[in-house]
Write a protein that binds this ligand. Structure first.
Ligand code: HEM
Length: 213
Protein backbone atom coordinates (compact mmCIF):
# COMPACT_ATOMS: atom_id res chain seq x y z
CA UNK A 1 0.00 0.00 0.00
CA UNK A 2 2.77 2.43 0.91
CA UNK A 3 4.28 2.07 -2.56
CA UNK A 4 0.94 2.76 -4.23
CA UNK A 5 1.05 6.07 -2.37
CA UNK A 6 4.67 6.89 -3.26
CA UNK A 7 3.95 6.04 -6.90
CA UNK A 8 0.97 8.45 -6.91
CA UNK A 9 3.02 11.20 -5.27
CA UNK A 10 5.82 10.65 -7.75
CA UNK A 11 3.46 10.72 -10.72
CA UNK A 12 1.71 13.90 -9.58
CA UNK A 13 5.02 15.61 -8.74
CA UNK A 14 6.51 14.58 -12.10
CA UNK A 15 3.54 15.86 -14.09
CA UNK A 16 3.58 19.16 -12.17
CA UNK A 17 7.37 19.53 -12.54
CA UNK A 18 7.34 18.72 -16.25
CA UNK A 19 4.38 21.03 -16.86
CA UNK A 20 5.74 23.95 -14.81
CA UNK A 21 9.28 23.35 -16.12
CA UNK A 22 8.06 23.36 -19.68
CA UNK A 23 6.21 26.58 -18.98
CA UNK A 24 9.30 28.21 -17.41
CA UNK A 25 11.24 27.22 -20.52
CA UNK A 26 8.56 28.30 -22.96
CA UNK A 27 5.66 30.32 -21.49
CA UNK A 28 3.02 29.20 -23.97
CA UNK A 29 0.29 31.36 -22.43
CA UNK A 30 0.66 34.63 -20.49
CA UNK A 31 0.45 35.43 -16.79
CA UNK A 32 1.35 32.08 -15.23
CA UNK A 33 5.08 32.42 -14.55
CA UNK A 34 4.71 33.15 -10.83
CA UNK A 35 2.50 30.10 -10.31
CA UNK A 36 4.68 27.90 -12.52
CA UNK A 37 7.81 28.78 -10.57
CA UNK A 38 6.03 28.34 -7.22
CA UNK A 39 4.72 24.97 -8.39
CA UNK A 40 8.19 23.89 -9.55
CA UNK A 41 9.85 24.96 -6.29
CA UNK A 42 7.23 23.13 -4.22
CA UNK A 43 7.22 19.86 -6.14
CA UNK A 44 11.01 19.67 -6.41
CA UNK A 45 11.08 19.14 -2.65
CA UNK A 46 8.14 16.75 -2.79
CA UNK A 47 9.84 14.53 -5.36
CA UNK A 48 13.15 14.42 -3.48
CA UNK A 49 11.54 13.62 -0.12
CA UNK A 50 9.29 11.04 -1.75
CA UNK A 51 12.16 9.32 -3.55
CA UNK A 52 14.33 9.26 -0.43
CA UNK A 53 11.44 7.82 1.57
CA UNK A 54 10.75 5.24 -1.16
CA UNK A 55 14.34 3.99 -1.10
CA UNK A 56 14.56 3.83 2.70
CA UNK A 57 11.16 2.10 2.91
CA UNK A 58 12.36 -0.56 0.46
CA UNK A 59 14.60 -1.88 3.25
CA UNK A 60 11.73 -2.22 5.74
CA UNK A 61 8.46 -2.80 3.92
CA UNK A 62 7.51 -6.26 2.74
CA UNK A 63 5.91 -6.62 -0.68
CA UNK A 64 4.60 -9.50 -2.77
CA UNK A 65 7.39 -11.51 -4.39
CA UNK A 66 5.48 -11.46 -7.69
CA UNK A 67 2.36 -9.87 -9.10
CA UNK A 68 -0.66 -11.64 -7.63
CA UNK A 69 1.39 -13.65 -5.13
CA UNK A 70 0.50 -13.94 -1.44
CA UNK A 71 4.11 -14.54 -0.50
CA UNK A 72 5.90 -11.44 0.78
CA UNK A 73 9.50 -10.46 1.37
CA UNK A 74 11.46 -7.25 2.02
CA UNK A 75 11.00 -5.01 -1.02
CA UNK A 76 14.69 -4.34 -1.66
CA UNK A 77 15.17 -8.02 -2.58
CA UNK A 78 13.05 -7.44 -5.67
CA UNK A 79 15.48 -4.76 -6.83
CA UNK A 80 18.75 -6.56 -6.44
CA UNK A 81 19.82 -9.34 -8.81
CA UNK A 82 17.93 -12.51 -7.91
CA UNK A 83 18.51 -16.15 -8.71
CA UNK A 84 15.45 -16.13 -10.96
CA UNK A 85 16.99 -13.33 -13.07
CA UNK A 86 20.04 -15.35 -13.98
CA UNK A 87 20.85 -15.84 -17.65
CA UNK A 88 17.80 -13.82 -18.63
CA UNK A 89 19.35 -10.64 -20.00
CA UNK A 90 19.63 -11.94 -23.56
CA UNK A 91 16.14 -13.55 -23.63
CA UNK A 92 14.70 -10.25 -22.36
CA UNK A 93 16.49 -8.27 -25.07
CA UNK A 94 15.17 -10.71 -27.68
CA UNK A 95 11.67 -10.38 -26.28
CA UNK A 96 11.78 -6.58 -26.40
CA UNK A 97 13.11 -6.72 -29.97
CA UNK A 98 10.19 -8.97 -30.99
CA UNK A 99 12.60 -11.83 -31.69
CA UNK A 100 10.98 -13.98 -29.03
CA UNK A 101 7.25 -14.26 -28.44
CA UNK A 102 6.94 -14.97 -24.71
CA UNK A 103 8.83 -13.11 -22.04
CA UNK A 104 10.99 -15.09 -19.65
CA UNK A 105 9.28 -16.26 -16.46
CA UNK A 106 11.39 -15.07 -13.59
CA UNK A 107 11.47 -12.75 -10.65
CA UNK A 108 8.96 -9.99 -9.96
CA UNK A 109 10.95 -7.59 -12.12
CA UNK A 110 12.88 -8.54 -15.24
CA UNK A 111 16.57 -7.78 -15.74
CA UNK A 112 16.11 -4.72 -17.94
CA UNK A 113 13.17 -3.56 -15.87
CA UNK A 114 15.30 -3.57 -12.73
CA UNK A 115 18.09 -1.68 -14.45
CA UNK A 116 15.68 0.90 -15.87
CA UNK A 117 13.92 1.50 -12.55
CA UNK A 118 17.15 1.72 -10.59
CA UNK A 119 18.53 4.26 -13.07
CA UNK A 120 15.61 6.60 -12.24
CA UNK A 121 17.12 7.00 -8.78
CA UNK A 122 20.45 8.67 -9.81
CA UNK A 123 18.64 10.38 -12.66
CA UNK A 124 16.21 12.12 -10.31
CA UNK A 125 19.13 13.21 -8.15
CA UNK A 126 20.99 14.54 -11.19
CA UNK A 127 17.79 16.41 -12.05
CA UNK A 128 17.74 17.83 -8.52
CA UNK A 129 21.44 18.72 -8.74
CA UNK A 130 21.08 20.52 -12.06
CA UNK A 131 17.95 22.23 -10.73
CA UNK A 132 19.52 23.46 -7.47
CA UNK A 133 22.56 24.60 -9.43
CA UNK A 134 20.33 27.14 -11.24
CA UNK A 135 18.14 28.00 -8.23
CA UNK A 136 18.79 31.40 -6.64
CA UNK A 137 19.03 30.34 -2.96
CA UNK A 138 21.47 27.47 -3.63
CA UNK A 139 23.28 28.38 -6.83
CA UNK A 140 26.34 29.86 -5.09
CA UNK A 141 27.00 26.79 -2.94
CA UNK A 142 30.45 25.42 -3.83
CA UNK A 143 28.89 21.99 -4.41
CA UNK A 144 26.81 23.44 -7.24
CA UNK A 145 29.21 26.06 -8.64
CA UNK A 146 31.69 23.23 -9.27
CA UNK A 147 29.15 21.53 -11.53
CA UNK A 148 28.22 24.79 -13.21
CA UNK A 149 31.81 25.54 -14.22
CA UNK A 150 32.21 21.91 -15.31
CA UNK A 151 29.34 22.18 -17.81
CA UNK A 152 30.44 25.65 -18.89
CA UNK A 153 28.05 28.07 -17.18
CA UNK A 154 24.48 28.51 -15.95
CA UNK A 155 23.03 28.56 -19.42
CA UNK A 156 24.48 25.12 -20.13
CA UNK A 157 23.28 23.80 -16.78
CA UNK A 158 19.81 25.03 -17.71
CA UNK A 159 20.04 23.21 -21.02
CA UNK A 160 21.12 19.97 -19.27
CA UNK A 161 18.17 20.32 -16.87
CA UNK A 162 15.83 20.92 -19.81
CA UNK A 163 17.04 17.95 -21.83
CA UNK A 164 16.82 15.66 -18.84
CA UNK A 165 13.12 16.48 -18.77
CA UNK A 166 12.84 14.74 -22.14
CA UNK A 167 14.65 11.71 -20.74
CA UNK A 168 11.95 11.53 -18.04
CA UNK A 169 9.15 12.01 -20.55
CA UNK A 170 10.50 9.27 -22.83
CA UNK A 171 11.09 6.96 -19.86
CA UNK A 172 7.53 7.54 -18.65
CA UNK A 173 6.05 6.85 -22.09
CA UNK A 174 7.94 3.54 -22.42
CA UNK A 175 7.21 2.64 -18.79
CA UNK A 176 3.46 3.25 -19.20
CA UNK A 177 3.39 1.25 -22.44
CA UNK A 178 5.34 -1.74 -21.14
CA UNK A 179 3.43 -1.81 -17.86
CA UNK A 180 0.12 -2.20 -19.66
CA UNK A 181 0.98 -4.02 -22.86
CA UNK A 182 0.20 -7.41 -21.34
CA UNK A 183 -2.93 -6.44 -19.49
CA UNK A 184 -4.00 -3.84 -16.99
CA UNK A 185 -3.32 -5.80 -13.81
CA UNK A 186 -0.16 -3.79 -13.00
CA UNK A 187 -2.10 -0.53 -13.38
CA UNK A 188 -5.00 -1.78 -11.27
CA UNK A 189 -2.46 -2.56 -8.57
CA UNK A 190 -0.37 0.60 -8.66
CA UNK A 191 -3.24 3.05 -9.08
CA UNK A 192 -6.14 1.42 -7.23
CA UNK A 193 -4.35 -1.17 -5.08
CA UNK A 194 -6.54 -3.86 -6.63
CA UNK A 195 -4.75 -7.15 -6.45
CA UNK A 196 -5.39 -9.62 -9.21
CA UNK A 197 -5.32 -13.38 -9.29
CA UNK A 198 -2.58 -13.86 -11.79
CA UNK A 199 0.52 -15.92 -12.12
CA UNK A 200 1.90 -17.11 -8.81
CA UNK A 201 5.62 -17.55 -8.39
CA UNK A 202 7.76 -18.27 -5.42
CA UNK A 203 10.97 -16.36 -4.61
CA UNK A 204 12.96 -18.50 -7.03
CA UNK A 205 10.57 -17.70 -9.83
CA UNK A 206 9.01 -21.17 -10.00
CA UNK A 207 5.29 -21.28 -10.74
CA UNK A 208 3.44 -22.30 -7.57
CA UNK A 209 0.55 -24.72 -7.29
CA UNK A 210 -2.69 -23.05 -8.23
CA UNK A 211 -0.99 -21.03 -10.94
CA UNK A 212 -3.47 -20.47 -13.70
CA UNK A 213 -0.90 -20.65 -16.51
C1 HEM B 1 14.20 17.27 -8.75
C2 HEM B 1 14.34 18.50 -8.39
C3 HEM B 1 14.27 19.70 -9.30
C4 HEM B 1 14.79 20.92 -9.00
C5 HEM B 1 15.58 21.27 -7.77
C6 HEM B 1 14.46 21.81 -10.09
C7 HEM B 1 14.80 23.15 -10.12
C8 HEM B 1 14.56 24.01 -11.18
C9 HEM B 1 14.87 25.41 -11.20
C10 HEM B 1 15.47 26.19 -10.06
C11 HEM B 1 14.52 25.89 -12.40
C12 HEM B 1 14.65 27.34 -12.89
C13 HEM B 1 13.37 28.03 -12.60
C14 HEM B 1 13.41 29.50 -12.91
O1 HEM B 1 14.40 29.98 -13.46
O2 HEM B 1 12.43 30.18 -12.59
C15 HEM B 1 13.99 24.79 -13.17
C16 HEM B 1 13.58 24.88 -14.47
C17 HEM B 1 13.11 23.78 -15.19
N1 HEM B 1 12.84 22.52 -14.71
FE1 HEM B 1 13.30 21.84 -12.88
N2 HEM B 1 13.78 21.12 -11.03
C18 HEM B 1 13.63 19.82 -10.59
C19 HEM B 1 12.98 18.80 -11.25
C20 HEM B 1 12.51 18.89 -12.53
C21 HEM B 1 11.84 17.81 -13.23
C22 HEM B 1 11.59 16.43 -12.66
C23 HEM B 1 11.55 18.28 -14.46
C24 HEM B 1 10.88 17.61 -15.61
C25 HEM B 1 10.53 16.34 -15.69
C26 HEM B 1 12.02 19.63 -14.55
C27 HEM B 1 11.96 20.44 -15.66
C28 HEM B 1 12.38 21.74 -15.75
C29 HEM B 1 12.38 22.53 -16.96
C30 HEM B 1 11.95 22.08 -18.34
C31 HEM B 1 12.83 23.82 -16.61
C32 HEM B 1 13.02 25.00 -17.53
C33 HEM B 1 14.46 25.00 -18.01
C34 HEM B 1 14.69 26.11 -19.00
O3 HEM B 1 14.51 27.28 -18.65
O4 HEM B 1 15.03 25.78 -20.13
N3 HEM B 1 12.59 19.98 -13.35
N4 HEM B 1 14.02 23.65 -12.39
Amino acid sequence: MVFVLTHWINLIAMVCLAFSGFYIHYPFFPGFMGVARGMHFFFMFVIIINLTFRVVAAFFVKTAVSLGSREVDTDIKNWLPQKANRRQLWPWIKYYLFLKKDHPLGAKYGVLQKIAYIVTFPLTFIMAYTGFAIWGPTMDWAFFTAGVSWVGGYMYMRVVHYFLMWVFIIFTAIHAYLANVEGFAPSALIFAWKESEGLHFDKEGNPMSGASH
